[in-house]
Design a binder for this molecule. Structure first.
Ligand SMILES: Cc1ncc(COP(=O)(O)O)c(C=O)c1O
Length: 353
């Protein structure tokens, strides 16, 4: 059964915004656009015209990259927007809930709060070595669970959910909840993407972003890969013309074969640098534990997280500290060889206390 039946009734009833027609070789006097532009940028499409309501060529290029059909892709302003759209489409305020392991990327809970959905967190903390407790996640779901979010490899732990566990989760919630598998960091790990499961599992929504492995964080572009009927719901609440012409063209260019080949080489370099940095950090006297990572960052447990954060910041190197259950942990993003070496230099000037 389609998961669309579990979306908010008023969203199911919503008709997508009817944008002004866009037809080639016509005089366009139907969208209150300007006949000229003061832009000094050079773009293939005229900047005085609205972009396509949904960028079809970009959608096709992304589908090609992800290994899905074009109609299984909705292009979004980063995967952050996708998280927001999914939460708004499925959760009625004050009534429905989302289930997620903890710790994980904080935007799932953030958008659930914005939407007024209850948040049920399932501990997958350091005592479990950050392995996501799939049985616990399934057991935490209630009749009102509309969305389950998991992130693999997980931010901020770097841990991958084995495919067999993912399948158990997706199938355990089939026709009950949308299961969102956030693959923001999948290119840095060993497990294949879950995109190939979309065809056979209509409650699965895979999030992909161009912000990480492809290096397009400044462009704000991501995608949801899912069943076309669910994507139609999300599209109905997404702003028309969500992706701007400069972004569409810059990402189309970045998805050309030679750029992708360069990106794939950069991913392999980063994985090598991650292992070098991880080993060097593990050897520092104040480091208690380093968790292996399948992402472009790793998490370390240290003897004095706040003092290390202050010391690094004073030396103009920024790391990430989350507090709470990760009070004694720091997340380190892997940078260039020179950036990583500078970090190590700064860290070695810390005393062991
Ligand atoms: C797990 C995860 N998902 C999504 C995002 C957001 O990505 P985007 O830049 O595509 O909005 C991030 C960003 O840090 C992330 O870590």
């Amino acid at each position: 059964m389609s998961i669309v039946n579990r979306a908010r009734p008023e969203i199911r009833a919503l008709r997508a915004y009817q944008a002004a027609e866009q037809v080639d070789d016509t005089i366009r006097l139907n969208a209150n656009e300007s006949p000229s532009t003061c832009s000094v940028g050079h773009f293939r499409r005229p900047l005085n015209r609205y972009p396509e309501v949904r960028p079809l060529a970009l959608q096709a290029a992304l589908a090609n990259r992800f290994g899905s059909r074009t109609e299984q892709v909705l292009v979004t302003r980063g995967s952050s927007e996708a998280i927001d759209l999914i939460t708004r489409a499925f959760c009625s305020a004050g009534q429905d809930n989302v289930v997620l392991p903890s710790p994980t990327f904080s935007m799932y809970a953030h958008y659930a709060e914005v939407q007024g959905a209850k948040i049920i967190q399932v501990p997958s903390g350091p005592e479990l070595d950050f392995r996501v407790d799939i049985n616990g996640v399934l057991a935490a779901c209630t009749d009102a669970t509309r969305v389950v979010f998991v992130c693999t490899p997980n931010n901020p732990t770097g841990a991958t959910i084995p495919r067999a566990d993912l399948l158990r989760l997706i199938e355990g919630r089939s026709s009950l909840s949308a299961v969102v598998v956030d693959e923001a960091y999948v290119e840095f790990g060993q497990e294949p993407s879950a995109v190939d499961l979309v065809e056979s599992h209509p409650n699965l929504l895979v999030l992909r972003t161009l912000s990480k492995a492809l290096g397009f964080a400044g462009a704000r572009c991501g995608a949801v890969v899912g069943s076309p009927d669910v994507l139609a719901l999300l599209s109905a609440i997404q702003a028309p013309y969500a992706l701007s012409t400069p972004v569409i063209e810059c990402v189309e260019d970045g998805l050309q074969a030679e750029c992708l080949a360069a990106a794939d080489r950069a991913i392999q370099d980063l994985i090598r640098e991650r292992e070098i940095l991880l080993q060097a950090v593990a050897a520092l006297p104040f480091v208690i534990k380093v968790w292996p990572s399948d992402a472009n960052f790793f998490l370390v447990r240290v003897s004095n997280a706040r003092r290390i954060m202050e010391h690094c910041s004073a030396h103009k190197v920024l790391l990430r500290h989350f507090g709470g259950e990760l009070e004694d942990c720091i997340r380190i993003s892997v940078g260039s060889r020179a950036e990583n070496e500078r970090l190590l230099q700064v860290l070695t000037t810390m005393d062991a206390s």
